[in-house]
Design a protein around this ligand. Structure first.
Ligand code: ZN
Length: 421
């Protein structure tokens, strides 16, 4: 059987999380397993619930292998092991992995408007406000071909910030390349990679004719962190938070998955029924409204050539559709070959393997996601999602020394894609 809904089974859990003195969730001693649940999913669900295990899969499950990744608190490890599931250990201690991500580095900002930030930005993770400063600095270094943009506000009232880059045709004259990062708060590598791509476009426009041709052919709209409230929460309180921070009347549950909230095929397979998860109504998160409105505007002006929703982890290039495993995009064959060749380009620097294919048949059914909306409503030629490094060893807590290599390999893939799409 297809293993579509691991999240649904264990999402309603209330985990007794331990907090440190600063009120931050402590994951010391949590062990991460990749588990094959077997045929009796209901029994598996009940057992996990009693163990207070945290689901890390959240629809990053692998259909063909029927497994998912869970973090088991130290006090329940022996009880979990006694259940004798087929499993492998991905991480001996999640607390150690979080420590290995490194401290958030300081970013003082630049004194000179004309200078590019240092590549050392990609040697560490940074606080949310530093991401905004970095974006400002990038824009200032490329001021005649870029501007800062916002796509509405988050639930807590933060601007959803991004940058618009253009080339010789002038501002807003070409079809759009539209990138959204970090919609899932804990997927920190996604904003770093989106920033790396921005950096390469800006740094090389004036000295590399190929890069110049990308910006001369497309207007780039790049939003590294479209879920600022959730991202901030992963830094202050709970490293594994995924959703936004939306409260709703009638429930104490906080947070909606902005990427199950798009108003197209909403509420279908692969969107949870737990309170607030996909939203009470289609498109009812402020974050979705913001990025959707921008996409709709781009679609109406010069059209969307390429949309990519950036995620981790798993190493996948995912094409439409998520809502159905039988629906196919009208240009599916072209999408398949572009995705495969992009994966080959990504593999060049370090041999990192990316799997390619439609979301539903490759990974999971996921209704209410961005790709389907952008493809069918906004008529984007290519509406993709990319799941970055790794395949589970470090998962969401990718060590800081992998930020730059991840950026480098993805830039190789994007250079292929921009030139051939
Ligand atoms: Zn994600």
């Amino acid at each position: 059987m297809k293993f579509l809904q691991p999240l649904l089974l264990i999402a309603p859990l209330t985990v007794a999380l331990r907090l440190d003195r600063r009120g931050k969730v402590v994951y010391d001693g949590y062990k991460i397993f990749r588990v094959a649940p077997g045929d009796n999913i209901a029994a598996f669900e009940a057992q996990l619930e009693s163990l207070e295990a945290i689901d890390l899969t959240h629809n990053h499950g692998h259909v063909e292998e029927e497994h998912f990744d869970i973090a088991v608190p130290p006090e329940n490890l022996s009880a979990f092991e006694a259940l004798n599931f087929t499993s492998e250990v991905l991480t001996d201690d999640l607390g150690v992995d979080i420590a290995l991500e490194g401290e958030l580095a300081e970013y003082p900002g630049l004194l000179s408007a004309a200078a590019l930030p240092s590549l050392s930005w990609f040697s560490a993770y940074h606080a949310y406000n530093d991401h905004l400063t970095f974006l400002k600095d990038i824009q200032a270094s490329f001021s005649s071909n870029s501007e800062l943009i916002t796509a509405g506000k988050s639930f807590e009232g933060r601007d959803i910030q991004g940058i618009h880059l253009w080339g010789s045709g002038g501002k807003g004259s070409k079809p759009a390349v539209y990138f959204n990062g970090n919609v899932h708060a804990r997927e920190w590598i996604s904003s770093k990679v989106v920033e790396y791509l921005t950096y390469q476009l800006v740094a090389n426009y004036n000295n590399d004719t190929t890069v110049k041709s990308f910006l001369d052919s497309y207007d780039f709209y790049i939003l590294p962190i479209v879920n600022p409230d959730g991202f901030l929460y992963t830094q202050t309180t709970n490293r594994l938070w995924r959703k936004n921070r939306q409260t709703r009347s009638g429930t104490s549950a906080i947070g909606t998955d902005v990427n199950r909230n798009w108003p197209y095929k909403w509420d279908g397979e692969g969107s949870s029924t737990s309170p607030g998860y996909r939203g009470a109504a289609a498109g009812d998160t402020p974050e979705n409204t913001g990025i959707r409105t921008l996409g709709d505007q781009l679609a109406k002006s010069n059209g969307i050539k390429l949309y990519i929703d950036w995620h981790s982890y798993g190493q996948y290039i995912l094409t439409p559709y998520g809502y159905s495993c039988t629906a196919a995009a009208s240009n599916q064959a072209k999408q398949d070959s572009l995705a495969k060749n992009t994966a080959s380009a990504i593999a060049k620097p370090y041999g990192t393997r990316f799997t390619t294919g439609p979301i539903c048949s490759t990974l999971y059914a996921a209704a209410g996601g961005s790709n389907d909306y952008v493809t069918d409503v906004d008529k984007a030629e290519y509406g993709w999602a990319i799941e970055l490094r790794d395949t589970g060893r470090n998962g969401f807590t990718l060590p800081a020394d992998q930020i730059l290599p991840t950026g480098i390999e993805i830039w190789e893939g994007m250079k292929y894609l921009f030139a051939n799409m």
